[in-house]
Ligand binder design. Structure first.
Ligand code: ATP
Length: 376
């Protein structure tokens, strides 16, 4: 078990033509002892490079990585007591499962052959792979190979597990099953784990906390629910949640009474004093609302409410997913704004319907249109 700290960690790659790529830009994260931290972000955001620096597979351009307060920047990978699980599993093809699992222990510990054999057997039992111990990797399914790769990391009893998209080669069903298994295993072992994925669902469901990266920059570190409910900026708000948050470019107009009105296209949305104060005198704003927070009803008998939080809309497409429907709306009389709404799968809303969309004020997010920073 170990606390792992990244302090202003930076990685710059220099290409052959001298061009510099800042892959990781002054990232600081304190990963707590026993924590399951998920590093998530789009392709190329610097997740793998960060993980490889912790592993010792990539040098650090600037900053410090500490393991239990000890700076490990220059410590060779094999002396870090860290085990890495790769997307490709990286099993040795000519070795049996037993040999694959024993290999790391032979290399990195002084355990006797008997002790190693016992530990491999015990771990294999725990992982449910003991019947496979004498097979070669080519005789295993993808899911089994993945389990062996995990078993090989676990048998070493490292201070930290690093996992780079370990489930991405599995089919959807097996991936969901392995997610749960991995989480349970991590809870049982209480080993600090840093897990890389580009899949926000995986991040939300697996992480004690998630660290969201974009373009080498850390955007937010928090529990999945913090990042979902209180995104630090529009990037996080957009990245977390499926379907993604709706965004509307708006400007601020003073209201006749208290508060303000956010105006964009045909959208006129009244906000109370609290939000108006948070916005200050900024005029370039983005209004964000999650698809699940918009309520829609047929227009007949449901006139636009006077609270300034309803918008007339026309349904353009309804996509049933089973328990819910994803509804695409043209907002406003001339359809100049669009929005996505998720509603109960049993509701009778169809393409072509005229509806009123109600956006409750406690569900809205407001971002600075220039910096993307969350204001409310
Ligand atoms: P993916 O999800 O696609 O694996 P990632 O978030 O893991 O992406 P990295 O692999 O860490 O991203 O790459 C971050 C940036 O650094 C990218 O722009 C990538 O092209 C660049 N990069 C990574 N490795 C090297 C290298 N060895 N030489 C030059 N540039 C590199």
């Amino acid at each position: 078990m170990a606390e792992t700290q990244l302090d202003d960690v930076r990685k710059v790659f220099t290409e052959d033509d001298g061009n510099e790529i800042v892959a990781v830009n002054d990232v600081s994260i304190d990963i707590e002892d026993g924590e399951f931290l998920v590093l998530v972000g789009p392709s190329g955001c610097g997740k793998s490079t960060t993980l490889r620096m912790i592993a010792g597979l990539e040098s650090i351009t600037d900053g410090e990585i500490r393991l239990d307060d000890r700076v490990i920047n220059d410590l060779p990978a094999k002396e870090r007591n860290i085990a890495m699980v790769f997307q490709s599993y990286a099993l040795y093809p000519h070795m049996t499962v037993r040999e694959n699992m024993a290999f790391g222990l032979e290399e990195s510990t002084d355990l006797s052959d008997d002790e190693i054999a016992t530990r491999v057997e015990e771990t294999a039992k725990m992982m449910g792979i003991d019947p496979l111990l004498d097979r070669k990797p080519e005789e295993l399914s993808g899911g089994q190979q993945q389990r062996v790769a995990l078993g090989r990391a676990i048998v070493r009893e490292p201070a930290v597990f690093l996992m780079d998209e370990p489930l991405s080669n599995l089919d959807a069903k097996l991936r969901a099953q392995m997610r749960t298994e991995l989480q349970q295993l991590q809870e049982q072992l209480e080993t600090t784990t840093v897990y890389v994925t580009h899949d926000q669902t995986e991040a939300m469901t697996m992480g004690d906390r998630i660290a969201i990266l974009n373009d080498g920059e850390l955007q937010q570190v928090g529990t999945p629910l913090e990042c979902y409910h209180e995104p630090a900026n529009a990037f996080v708000a957009d990245f977390i949640g499926e379907p993604a948050m709706n965004f509307f470019d708006v400007t601020r107009r003073d209201a006749d009474g208290d508060g303000a009105v956010l105006v964009g296209g045909n959208l006129e949305y009244a906000v109370s004093d609290d939000i108006a104060t948070a916005i200050g005198d900024r005029s370039d704003l983005v209004l964000g609302v999650r698809p699940e927070d918009i309520d829609i009803q047929h227009s007949d008998g449901n006139p636009r409410r006077a609270d300034g939080h309803t918008v007339p809309a026309t349904v353009t497409v309804v996509e049933p997913t089973g328990d819910e429907n994803i509804v695409y709306l043209d907002l406003g009389e001339d359809g100049s704004e669009t929005a996505i709404v998720t509603i109960d799968g049993m509701s009778r809303i169809e393409a072509g319907d005229s509806v009123v969309a109600h956006i409750p004020e406690d569900a809205i997010h407001v971002f600075d249109g220039k910096t993307n920073e969350a204001l409310h």
